[in-house]
Design a protein around this ligand. Structure first.
Ligand code: MD5
Ligand code: FE
Length: 203
């Protein structure tokens, strides 16, 4: 089913369910080359979410700031390629939400363990805010928060589960959003984790 969670943001419930068993080995393969790590924010905080990337560009943060890089700073090697199954899913989800021709060049992979969270923020490191972001949830459920474009006030909650895909574009593209602390649990596909694949056209 298709749920419009706000203007520009479409939740495609279960859209990735049939390909989840191709996505999870893909995550494992990417992480065998570019390991999950807890990056440091410019303010000096270690992020509770562990991250890695695939694609021409990868999102990183360190004491110098947030940015996209072509190389993994922990190895100096280029980020692994986006697996074909990831790319196909991202394109089809964007298409289903009305954004045809989406060609991501960056896929940030977030790994949430119990207690991991993401405080309200905007995604502003990409070149063209006219391009949507496609987000794929795998494993343990989470509570996603989405607010306004102007400020952090009045955020609303939406539950995201294994296989759900959200496409953010148009007026939702710069909305504040975050993820509440992950509750402990065990999922048959991912064990004690939630994974989120975030596809962007960054460059
Ligand atoms: C997550 N990740 O569940 C989320 C999914 C991130 C991040 O937020 O930056 O890694 S992406 C959700 C998103 C992206 C762009 C815009 C909006 C939400 N929004 O307008 O609410 O790990
Ligand atoms: Fe974000």
């Amino acid at each position: 089913t298709r749920v419009e969670i706000r203007e520009g943001a479409v939740l495609l419930r279960g859209f990735a369910l049939s390909v989840a068993d191709e996505l999870l080995p893909g995550i494992r393969e990417v992480a065998s080359v570019a390991e999950f790590r807890n990056m440091v924010t410019p303010g000096g905080h270690v992020m509770s979410v562990a991250m890695t990337n695939c694609g021409r560009l990868g999102w990183v943060t360190d004491s110098k700031g947030y940015r996209y890089t072509t190389e993994d700073p922990s190895t100096g090697k280029r980020w692994p390629e986006i697996p074909e199954a990831f790319e196909k899913l991202a394109r089809e989800a964007a298409d289903a939400a009305g954004f045809s021709g989406f060609a991501p060049d960056a896929c940030l992979i977030n790994r949430y363990a119990v207690g991991a969270r993401m405080t309200l923020h905007q995604d502003r490191n990409e070149q063209d805010f006219g391009q949507p972001i496609v987000s794929v949830s795998l494993g343990l459920p989470a509570t996603f928060q989405f607010g306004e474009v102007e400020n952090r006030r009045g955020a609303q909650n939406v539950a995201v589960r294994h296989g759900d895909v959200v496409v953010w574009g148009g007026t939702a593209r710069l909305a504040y959003h975050g993820v509440l602390a992950l509750k402990a649990g065990v999922h048959e596909a991912t064990g004690e984790y939630r994974f989120n694949l975030t596809f962007r056209r960054a460059g």
